[in-house]
Structure formats: structure tokens, C-alpha cells
Design a protein. Structure first.
Length: 258
């Protein structure tokens, strides 16, 4: 069967993939609470495990170059117009790490208009390790439940397909495309970088997104007292609330412009 047209096989190869792996190891080693935008852990059966670093490219030149280079080109081609990056993150999904409930990125990203995300596999993403599942053909916002994820009865009726990726492959996720993933039931880590872009004409910037994200997450936490790693409750795991978080500037090694 031909791969779906939104999949780019071997986008990163050889040295480029080795570099992304080594950058990811470097970033994973940042101390808890040292990154202003969030460097999060979750509870697993074998103890706390790193699950996400937000806004990686703000502090990492290698990833900043990748996001603003080949990933931007891929997103622009998918949208058929110039794009501007506004977000990126690494999801680590360690063995036993949780998955993500069905959601649409346009709902999760406050004030966003046109969204195209590019997910790059740093490790193999298989059904066992919790690859992405996508549903095509959705062009509007779907009904959500009180957690902001697609309502269960609506999600059940969608035509889901798994997107298994080898390390270095990438998949484009349109802002309306519902997606979810399962927990990592394998013994290997399943790390991905996801960079998100909007149409340049909309002038939706990284600064705007991260300020809106912070405000949305702050007011949600004030309401329910729960620490969270996302604006909506798409993450199916249990987040670990860090003892302290750098609030003005990052304190981890290798800090670039913040
Ligand atoms: O990493 C995954 O499996 C899913 C990612 C995702 O949907 C998200 O981070 O919003």
C-alpha cells in the first residue's frame, strides 16, 4: 500500500538524523524546571520520566535551524503558501509513557488560524511504541468535551489510520486533522519533534502563541488546581509538577536567545 501523501520518508538521514538524536539527548538532560517554556515529566510505572520540552528552538540553535529550514519548507509545500513557525516541542514518550487523546491542533493553539504541524520521528514510531493515528477529510472544528478533546462519540465515527514512521520520517498534520496516539508499550523510547507553522499572511507569531498559551494554562490551573503540559487535556498521562520553574530566563546549559 502506498504511504499517505502527508508522509515524507527519510526527511532526515545519516548525519542529519544523528544530529537530531544528539540534540534531543542534550535537551533531555536539561535539569527539571530550568526551561522557561516547560520541560515536563510524567508518572510511569518505573518512576517519573521526561515527557515533553516546549519551545525547543528558543534555546537550541540546531533545532532552530531545522525548524526554520527543511521543516518550514515542508509545511509551506503542504499549505501551498509561505509559512511562519510559531511553536515546537519534543514529545519523548519513554517506555510506559502515556499517549494523547483525540484532538485538533486549531483547538489547542489559542487564536491560531491556519495551522500545519510537521512531526519528525527521532526514533521509530510503531503501533507498539505509540505512533500517531490520524483521520483525514475533516475541515472544521469537531465537538469537544469539557477537556477540550474530541467528544468520544464523534471520535469513534472517524476513519482512523496509523502513521508508522521510521526514524527520520515525517508526517504533516493539518490543524483540523484529528489525531491521537497510544501509550508506549515497547521497551524503547519514542521521541518526536513537532514544529507548528501558520500562514505568514496571518502574522501569528511565536511570541503571540507562547504568551496566549501561558495565559490559557495559567487560568485553567487556577480553575481546577491541576498542573498541565498543554492548553487542553489531550495528554493522557499524569504530569509531575516541578518543584520550581524558571520564570524569566532559562537556567539550563547552552542557552541561546530567550
Ligand atoms: O506525540 C504524540 O504521540 C502525539 C502528539 C500530539 O498530538 C501533541 O503533542 O499534541
Amino acid at each position: 500500500m502506498a504511504p499517505p501523501s502527508n508522509v515524507h520518508r527519510c526527511l532526515l538521514q545519516f548525519d542529519a538524523l544523528d544530529a537530531a538524536r544528539s540534540w534531543t539527548n542534550e535537551i533531555a538532560g536539561w535539569p527539571a524546571g530550568s526551561h522557561v517554556w516547560g520541560h515536563y515529566a510524567e508518572v510511569t510505572d518505573s518512576g517519573p520520566a521526561i515527557c515533553r520540552t516546549e519551545n525547543v528552538s528558543a534555546c537550541h540553535g540546531g533545532y532552530a535551524g531545522l525548524v526554520n529550514g527543511v521543516l518550514r519548507d515542508v509545511a509551506a509545500e503542504a499549505l501551498g503558501q509561505p509559512v511562519t513557525d510559531f511553536k515546537d516541542k519534543i514529545n519523548y514518550k519513554q517506555p510506559g509513557g502515556a499517549g494523547f487523546r483525540p484532538h485538533q491542533d486549531v483547538v489547542a493553539y489559542p487564536d491560531a488560524g491556519t495551522v500545519m504541524s510537521v512531526l519528525v520521528a527521532i526514533d521509530d514510531c510503531t503501533r507498539e511504541s505509540g505512533c500517531l493515528w490520524l483521520a483525514d477529510g475533516v475541515t472544521q472544528v469537531l465537538a469537544t468535551d469539557d477537556r477540550g478533546v474530541v467528544r468520544e462519540d464523534v471520535a469513534t465515527d472517524l476513519g482512523w489510520y496509523p502513521v508508522e514512521l521510521a526514524a527520520g520520517d515525517a508526517v504533516c498534520i493539518d490543524g483540523f486533522a484529528p489525531h491521537y496516539s497510544d501509550a508506549n508499550a515497547s521497551a524503547a523510547q519514542r521521541r518526536v519533534l513537532i514544529a507548528s507553522f501558520s500562514a505568514s499572511s496571518e502574522q501569528y507569531t511565536r511570541k503571540h502563541y507562547y504568551a496566549a498559551r501561558r495565559a490559557a494554562m495559567g487560568s485553567a490551573t487556577k480553575r481546577d488546581g491541576r498542573f498541565r503540559i498543554s492548553t487542553i487535556a489531550d495528554f493522557a498521562g499524569t504530569e509531575v509538577s516541578p518543584d520550581e520553574t524558571a520564570s524569566e530566563s532559562c537556567t539550563h546549559p547552552g542557552v541561546g536567545p530567550t
